[in-house]
Design a protein around this ligand. Sequence first.
Ligand SMILES: Cc1cc2nc3c(=O)[nH]c(=O)nc-3n(C[C@H](O)[C@H](O)[C@H](O)COP(=O)(O)OP(=O)(O)OC[C@H]3O[C@@H](n4cnc5c(N)ncnc54)[C@H](O)[C@@H]3O)c2cc1C
Length: 317
Amino acid sequence: MVLVEHRQGAVRDVTFEMLTAARKVVGCSEVEAVLFGDGCEAMIAGLASQADRVTYAAGPAFKDFNYEPYQKALVKLVAERKPAALLIANSAFGTDLGPSLAVALNAGLVSDAVAFTKADSGFAVSRGMYSGKLVADWAVGAEPAVIMVRQSSFKPEPASLSGEVVRWDAGDVVSGGKTKFLSLEEVPTTGIDITKATIVVGIGRGIKEEKNMALVKEFAQDIGAVLAASRPVVDAGWLPKEVQVGSSGKTIKPKLYIALGISGAFQHIAGMKGADTIIAVNKDPKAPIFAVAHYGIVDDLHKVVPVLRTKIKELAS
Ligand SMILES: Cc1cc2nc3c(=O)[nH]c(=O)nc-3n(C[C@H](O)[C@H](O)[C@H](O)COP(=O)(O)OP(=O)(O)OC[C@H]3O[C@@H](n4cnc5c(N)ncnc54)[C@H](O)[C@@H]3O)c2cc1C
């Protein structure tokens, strides 16, 4: 069972990541997407091709996210369906809901999961620990296993199922509620989403000064990449927080990640090690980034970047 996460009328990518992961679980007979919302019917078609069943409950109680109605509805639905596992995104939304829901279900819970398989009894779930320095494997014996899935841990894949659509009555999910939704206040953003970019150029403290940012900005523009950063660059205010890669930033899986002047602290690696190809430029041959890079250049980035720019332009023309 996969809980559909949506915001302002759009299903969030993590839902499709979870549905893909669920379909791949060996021994899983059926994938059910569960959608709660007010006027959420428009989202059903996009889900029905991805799941064997889409169960939805619609009504004002689900207009805005509040963990209480979700929790009450899921306790009822889980009792009816008895799924082996319930997948919830490890998002702000999911972390609000998952733990108290697991308590209400008397179920086992693993948060921030990056992989899971069905075991003889229950599920085996992997999650990062100590800011991604370790990956720990957990056995969850009790059913359902509540698995809170880290965003960008799985690549969403298309599917062509024609899932049965079931309108389901959640009953009274409001009475006795102690919390209420007040408002959604969006943080102003630049609109850059590094989790969706194909090519990402990551900038680290090796850039030294803000004035040197012009060089890497032009480089990124030339090669059709978006700029991302390690934490010190964000802390210095040279790039916005929304482009920070790592355990306290975003997890990305681009086709190509070019790390410029980044040492490769484990908190940074946690956010980019899933890139298909990693190229690192660092003047220190012992920098830990080279342990995860597929290609490495040991030199001063201020010398290397202009050469790369020229070479790529030559090749492109
Ligand atoms: C709780 C916690 C959460 C954190 N979360 C994150 C996170 O989400 N993301 C993150 O990135 N960090 C995070 N950090 C910080 C992390 O531990 C590192 O301090 C940080 O990643 C280092 O950034 P850096 O590699 O840019 O800088 P440094 O470690 O200072 O490395 C700079 C590198 O640049 C190289 N260099 C210097 N000059 C040049 C040059 N001219 N040309 C080429 N190379 C050069 C150096 O050899 C060095 O390897 C977190 C830390 C904590 C404690």
